[in-house]
Design a protein around this ligand. Structure first.
Ligand SMILES: Nc1ncnc2c1ncn2[C@@H]1O[C@H](COP(=O)(O)OP(=O)(O)OP(=O)(O)O)[C@@H](O)[C@H]1O
Ligand SMILES: [Mg+2]
Length: 387
């Protein structure tokens, strides 16, 4: 918390020190008490304190002072620090000066000299409380404004999320509708093989929708902080082999050669097996999806003293520096497009990054436009696990 100061101004040193004493009996050493014997010194003091980020909670000023009267001083202090509470001490009731100070300096109260000690103490206490209350309100208002901004952003994100999801579901859904109508209307004239072909299209589109919904649910779980990775010792080699063999068929249809290279027989990591499968599935599916026909994809396993690493290297068109910066964001469909009519929602890598991080791993990409892409994913080695 910043330091808080109270300034007393009076051209009579005896009054100044008795003011200081009264204030000390109320607040002890809680606040910094500063004294000034004239208006110019008081203003210089204010400027100095404010420059040091010390809040000026209260200024108590005499009215009758040579060169600068109390109302003028408080008006000038008001310009420097509008929230400061101000009290004016008046020798004799000077209504005009008081009303000027109320009007121009937002005067909190005036106290007639000689003051009653109880009156002075009460007024000073109330002025300070009023200042602190106002500061609290300012702080709460600031927090509310910030929370509101964050909520507006969240709402915009959700709307964007819904908009994209609805858009991406609409296409396969209307295709399904069209093919189903076609079968119903033309059933009698359609050869069996054509019905099977159209049904296959319906099946593909439903899979596409299913996959999108699964991804959306994953994103939702991630954003609600519900990733539950159960970490244990897992040899990830069988999982890598499983995903590779799963994509071999798909790669063959694009004349792509998918090869796994490994030196060890085991790669023991401290991970969640299912989550590793999901991560590799995303990365290897991307390599196949964005590689042109007839290329190679190499998957290399390696191990350092702390991490197990897997590189997925393709010979696709590569990514520009600009694209690389956006790669792991939500709904990012970048310059490379699927080469075999596969669908793309732009969610896979966002999910991958969050899942990898949930297991204390790291994922990154190295690519050069025109020269393929390598994705690297690493997981903590079982021995160096973070407990
Ligand atoms: N190996 C790659 N080579 C070239 N571009 C890639 C590669 N992997 C990803 N990209 C680019 O990054 C974008 C984001 O990839 P991401 O996996 O997040 O989404 P997606 O593949 O479009 O859809 P999905 O949500 O089905 O995974 C892709 O649209 C593509 O442009
Ligand atoms: Mg993908």
């Amino acid at each position: 918390m910043n330091e808080i100061a109270i300034i007393c101004v009076d051209d009579d040193p005896a009054i100044l020190s008795s003011l200081e004493m009264e204030i000390k009996t109320i607040f002890g050493n809680t606040y910094l008490i500063e004294l000034a014997e004239n208006g110019d010194d008081a203003i210089a003091l204010c400027i100095e304190l404010l420059a040091e980020s010390i809040e000026i909670a209260l200024v108590i000023s005499d009215y009758i002072m040579p060169e600068m009267a109390g109302d003028e001083l408080l008006t000038r202090i008001h310009e420097l620090s509008p929230k400061t509470a101000k009290i004016m001490l008046t020798g004799q009731a000077n209504i005009e000066a008081v009303s000027r100070a109320i009007h121009y300096a937002n005067l909190y109260r005036y106290i007639s000299k000689p003051w009653q000690v109880d009156d002075l103490k009460l007024t000073v206490k109330e002025a300070l409380n009023s200042y602190l209350r106002e500061q609290k309100i300012v702080e709460h208002t600031y927090n509310l404004v910030e929370t509101n901004k964050a909520l507006i952003k969240l709402n915009q994100d959700k709307n964007e999320f819904l908009g994209i999801a609805a858009h991406d579901l609409k296409n396969p859904l209307s295709a399904i509708k069209g093919w189903a109508e076609m079968i119903i209307e033309e059933y009698d004239d359609m050869p069996k093989s054509e019905i099977i072909e159209v049904s296959q299209l319906i099946l593909n589109s439903s899979r596409q929708m299913f996959e999108l919904i699964r991804n959306l649910l994953d994103v939702n779980a991630i954003e609600s902080g519900e990733i539950h990775a159960k970490l244990s010792r897992v040899d990830i080699l069988p999982t890598v082999q499983e995903v590779v063999s799963c994509y071999n068929e798909r790669a063959k249809t694009k004349s792509i050669i998918l090869q796994l290279h490994q030196k060890n027989n085991q790669y023991n990591a401290f991970v969640d097996k299912g989550t590793v499968h999901q991560i590799l599935d995303n990365l290897i599916s991307n390599a196949v999806k964005y590689s042109p026909y007839g290329k190679h994809i190499d998957i290399r396993m390696c191990e350092s003293d702390k991490m197990v690493c897997c590189e997925i290297k393709d010979e696709g068109q590569g990514l520009s520096v600009f694209d690389q910066k956006q790669l792991f964001n939500k709904f990012t469909r970048l310059t490379p497009k699927p080469t075999g009519n596969e669908h793309s929602n732009g969610l896979g890598l966002f999910i991958v990054k969050k899942l990898v991080e949930a297991m204390h791993g790291k994922v990154w990409c190295k690519s050069e436009l025109g020269n393929g892409t390598s994705f690297f994913v690493e997981f903590p080695l079982f021995n160096s696990q973070i407990m």
